[in-house]
Design a protein around this ligand. Sequence first.
Ligand SMILES: Cc1cc2nc3c(=O)[nH]c(=O)nc-3n(C[C@H](O)[C@H](O)[C@H](O)COP(=O)(O)OP(=O)(O)OC[C@H]3O[C@@H](n4cnc5c(N)ncnc54)[C@H](O)[C@@H]3O)c2cc1C
Length: 299
Amino acid sequence: MEEQIYKVAIIGAGPAGIAAAIQLNKYGIKPLILEKKCIGGMLQQAFWVENYPGFPKGISGAKLTSIFTEQLLKNNQVTYEEVIDVKFSDNIFFIQTNQNLYKSHKLILATGTVSKPHHYSYKIPPEAIDLIKFDISDLIGMSSKRIAIIGGGDLGFDFAVTLSKKNSVILFNKNTKPGCNISLIEEYEKRKKKIRYFNNSWINKIDYDAAATELMLQTEIINRKKIFTVNYLIFAIGRWPNLDLLKNFEGKSIHYLKEADRLAIIGDAQGKRNRQTGISIGDGLEAAMRFYCNSRISK
Ligand SMILES: Cc1cc2nc3c(=O)[nH]c(=O)nc-3n(C[C@H](O)[C@H](O)[C@H](O)COP(=O)(O)OP(=O)(O)OC[C@H]3O[C@@H](n4cnc5c(N)ncnc54)[C@H](O)[C@@H]3O)c2cc1C
């Protein structure tokens, strides 16, 4: 039997990948969609989305994800495998996942972002690694935990507001005032009993209490030292594009493949300064339209 070569493969089923797939369906193309975790990407974790047109009262990230998912799955299937390597050889993309090898003529990379590795500056005991997080995907269902977050921007406050529904949260900001939008400040004000927030604060050292399976955070708050014990610590201090899969590609070949409409890097993975759902959706639509209109992928 002849091996299948997909017309288009999409890595990542966040908003960018979803939009690209839905637009490709309009041209009669069913892309291969590879997703390592779950549909929706970072959007699922958004407390309240107020800037996505069509929802004048706003909508939770989880609900918006479920609407996107319904539309995606009308005409597509998602393959739940993690892509670990991509090569371009003999004019074909070879996409290696943790389970299979796939081939495609065109590739859309919609892999979002990863946390900047600030945690490397701490000596975190190996047994404690599972208690350190970079987003809240593993913590959303948890209750009655003590959770610390480093980061006083949109991400830190958004995580704090969501987690404070069922847990108590400590939020550390190294700056003199919050760096988040006004809606999040208002949500924080409503939850002050569950969120302890500190300006001018930093964690100097992270220790592990093996008996209690807790983290002990040695902190400095306005030059005063204080220890907090928590169940989890989240780093919410900056993310950058998740482009590790292109590590074996030369800059020149990436440029050539993009110009030839064989490769598109879309959504948060592009590394734009502003990262929002609407921007990722627009990128997804544009990539699919370019792939189809400029090079007429046959049905
Ligand atoms: C707390 C929070 C609040 C937010 N609030 C808002 C808001 O109010 N309004 C707004 O517009 N935006 C908001 N955003 C931003 C929005 O969620 C993102 O801009 C959007 O999700 C980016 O979409 P994306 O598809 O580019 O990337 P992502 O959503 O990051 O999706 C990338 C996908 O790729 C998958 N993936 C990565 N690597 C691999 C691999 N090797 N193999 C297979 N799959 C892989 C990931 O699992 C993920 O599902 C918020 C984000 C967060 C975290």
